[in-house]
Design a binder for this molecule. Structure first.
Ligand code: ARG
Length: 554
C-alpha cells in the first residue's frame, strides 16, 4: 500500500522519491509522510498550507481509500485507511495465503547473493553463521519481491594453506582421527605445520612447492586437495541441512584460478595496476577515496583474495548480468570490498548499472561480551552453538527441539541491527515472552490449536463485527505485512520483520486473552476464527521468509 500512496503523492506534488512510513504509534494513522514540509519550500507556502493543499487533492483523486487524512504538528500528513480498504487488504491475506506479502518489484531482475563462504579445512565460525543466516534470509526476502535470486557459496577452497596441509598430510596424518572428525584433524595438521616451521625454515619453502605443484595440476596433490574439499563440504552440508539452508551454487575460489592471469592483464593494460618490488599491485590514486594499494600477484606468481574477487565479478556479470551482487560478509572486510568494487567498476568487469553492495554485519560475542573462546567454556564452533541451542530448546518442547532451537538462534541474529555486535544471551534467545522466535512460534501454535478444535471459517471478513480495540489492533498490524516485507527487503534489514512479528504476536496474544473465540456467539465466533487464521498466515509467512519454521503444537 505504501508504494501506491507514495506514487499518488508524487503525482500530486511533482516530487520524486516521496517517503511514506508506518508510524511507530498507530494513533497517528496507518501511514504518515513529511512530504508537505519538503514541498512547501518550492511552493513558497507554509508547510501546513502545503499539507492542506495536498490533502484536498488526494481526497478529490483517491479519497475513498481513506477514512480520514489528518494534518499534524508542523505539517505531517497522517493517513487512516477506510474500512473498505482494510477489508480488501484482509481479503488478500485469505486469497494469497502463503504468497501474501509478495510483490513483483524485482521481476525480470537477477540478484546474486554471496554468503556463508566458509573456508575448507577449518570449522565454520560464528561469523560464517551470521553470514549464512542473514544471507539465507535475504535470499528468501528478495525472492518474495520477484527477483530471481542466485545464492553462491564462495568457499575458501584455494590458496597457500593447501601446500602446508598437503605437506602435513603426507608426513603426519592419522587416518583414524581423520575419519572420526575430518575438519578437526586438518586443523591439527595445520597447527602442527606452523609449530614445526618455527624450528625448520625449510618447511615454508617445501610447502610453497607443494602449492605450486597443486596449481600446476600435479595428480597426487590435486587428489589430496579434492579429498580435503569433499570431506569439509560433507561437514558443512550436514550443518546446512540441519539449518534448512540451501545455497544454489558453490563455485568457490578454486573455480576462478584459471581466470586470474587475465584479471592481472586487464588491470595492467588499464594502467591501474603496476609492478612494485616484483609484485603487481592496484593503486587507487585515480579514486576519490583514499585507499591503500592492493596486491594482485605476489613476487612468486601467486594470486590473492582481491584477484579472485575481481574474477568472480567478471564471471557473474557474464553469466547472469545481475542487477545486484550482494556480499554478506563481516564488517572487518569493509576495506577489501570497497577496493574490489572500485576496481571492478574502473575495469568495467561489472555491467554499468549493477549494484555492488557489501552487506556488513558485526561480531557475535559470548555472554561475557568478549569473543567466544573455549577457555571460558563458551562454544566456538557453529556446530557447538547449534547443539547448545537445541539442548536448551528441549526444555520448551522435546518434539520440535531442533526447529525451536535453530529458529531461536536465527531469529536472535536477525532481530539485531545488522551492523551492531551481538552479545549472546541464552535467556533472551529462548525467552518465551520476549522478542524471540519461540515466543512467535508459540503464538502461532496457540491459534493453530484453536482452529484445530473449532475448524476454519470461510468467506469474506466483516470488519463491522470485529470491533474491539484488540481486534482492530490486530487488523491494523496484519495489513502492514507487505509494506514491512518490502521495506526490509529493499534495505537488506531483516530486523524490521522481527520487530514487526513481535508487535503482531503481542497484539495477537492480547486478542487471544481479551476476546472469547470458540465460545463467542456464532457470527462473532466466525469472524474471530477468520482473524485467527489470518494471524497464522502472516506469522508463518514472516517466519518462513527468515528461514524459520512454525509448528502446530508447542
Ligand atoms: N571465505 C571468506 C572468509 O571466510 C569469505 C568470502 C566472502 N566472499 C567473497 N566473495 N569474498 O573470510
Amino acid at each position: 500500500m505504501i508504494t501506491q500512496i507514495a506514487k499518488l503523492l508524487e503525482k500530486i506534488t511533482g516530487e520524486a522519491d516521496v517517503k511514506v512510513t508506518i508510524p511507530e504509534n498507530m494513533a497517528f494513522g496507518h501511514y504518515t509522510t513529511n512530504i508537505a514540509l519538503v514541498a512547501a519550500k518550492k511552493l513558497g507556502v507554509s508547510p501546513r498550507e502545503a499539507a492542506e493543499k495536498i490533502k484536498n487533492e488526494i481526497l478529490e483523486k483517491g479519497g475513498t481509500r481513506f477514512q480520514k487524512i489528518e494534518i499534524a504538528g508542523p505539517g505531517f500528513l497522517n493517513f487512516y485507511l477506510s474500512k473498505d480498504a482494510l477489508q480488501e487488504e484482509l481479503d488478500k491475506i485469505v486469497e494469497a495465503g502463503d504468497k501474501y506479502g509478495n510483490n513483483e518489484i524485482g521481476s525480470g531482475k537477477t540478484v546474486v547473493i554471496d554468503y556463508s563462504a566458509p573456508n575448507i579445512a577449518k570449522p565454520m565460525s560464528i561469523g560464517h553463521l551470521r553470514s549464512t543466516v542473514i544471507g539465507d534470509a535475504l535470499a528468501r526476502m528478495l525472492r518474495t519481491q520477484g527477483y530471481q535470486v542466485i545464492g553462491d557459496n564462495h568457499l575458501g577452497d584455494w590458496g597457500t594453506q593447501f601446500g602446508k596441509l598437503i605437506y602435513a598430510w603426507k608426513n603426519w596424518r592419522d587416518e583414524m582421527e581423520f575419519v572420526k572428525n575430518p575438519i578437526k584433524h586438518l586443523v591439527e595438521l595445520y597447527v602442527r605445520f606452523h609449530k614445526e616451521a618455527e624450528n625448520d625454515e625449510a618447511l615454508e619453502d617445501i610447502a610453497r612447492e607443494e602449492t605450486a605443484k597443486l596449481q600446476k595440476g600435479d595428480e597426487e596433490n590435486r587428489k589430496l586437495w579434492k579429498m580435503m574439499v569433499d570431506e569439509s563440504m560433507k561437514e558443512f552440508n550436514k550443518l546446512y541441512d540441519r539449518m534448512g539452508v540451501k545455497i544454489d551454487k558453490a563455485y568457490g575460489e578454486s573455480f576462478y584460478e584459471p581466470m586470474l592471469d587475465e584479471i592481472v592483464r586487464i588491470a595492467l593494460d588499464n594502467g591501474i595496476a603496476r609492478v612494485e618490488d616484483g609484485a603487481i599491485k592496484i593503486f587507487f590514486d585515480w579514486c576519490e577515496k583514499e585507499l591503500p594499494p592492493s596486491v594482485l600477484q605476489k613476487k612468486d606468481g601467486s594470486h590473492l583474495y582481491m584477484t579472485t574477487d575481481l574474477a568472480t565479478i567478471k564471471f557473474r556479470t557474464q553469466t547472469y548480468h545481475p542487477a545486484k551482487i550482494l556480499y554478506v560478509v563481516a564488517n572487518e572486510q569493509a576495506l577489501h570490498f570497497e577496493e574490489v568494487f572500485e576496481a571492478a567498476r574502473k575495469l568495467k568487469l561489472s555491467d554499468e548499472g549493477t549494484e555492488l553492495t557489501h552487506i556488513k554485519f558485526g561480531m557475535m560475542l559470548g555472554e561475557s561480551g568478549k569473543k567466544f573462546s573455549t577457555r571460558k567454556g563458551e562454544f566456538i564452533t557453529l556446530e557447538e552453538l547449534i547443539n547448545k541451542a537445541v539442548e536448551e530448546a528441549r526444555a520448551i518442547n522435546e518434539e520440535s527441539a531442533e526447529k525451536v532451537g535453530i529458529g531461536a538462534v536465527k531469529y536472535y541474529d536477525l532481530s539485531h541491527q545488522r551492523m551492531s555486535d551481538i552479545v549472546f544471551n541464552w535467556d533472551a534467545v529462548l525467552d518465551m515472552r520476549g522478542n524471540s522466535s519461540p515466543y512467535i512460534q508459540y503464538t502461532y501454535a496457540r491459534f493453530a490449536n484453536i482452529l484445530n478444535k473449532a475448524g476454519e471459517s470461510q468467506g469474506k471478513t466483516d470488519l463491522d463485527i470485529l470491533s474491539t480495540d484488540s481486534e482492530k489492533r490486530v487488523v491494523d498490524l496484519l495489513i502492514h505485512y507487505p509494506d514491512v516485507l518490502a521495506f526490509a527487503s529493499g534495505s537488506y534489514e531483516p530486523n524490521h520483520i522481527t520487530d514487526y512479528l513481535f508487535k503482531l504476536a503481542n497484539a495477537a496474544n492480547a486478542f487471544y486473552e481479551n476476546c472469547q473465540i470458540i465460545n463467542a456467539e456464532e457470527k462473532l465466533r466466525a469472524e474471530r476464527l477468520k482473524l485467527a487464521k489470518m494471524i497464522m498466515t502472516v506469522i508463518k509467512n514472516g517466519l518462513n521468509v527468515l528461514g524459520i519454521e512454525v509448528m502446530e503444537r508447542m
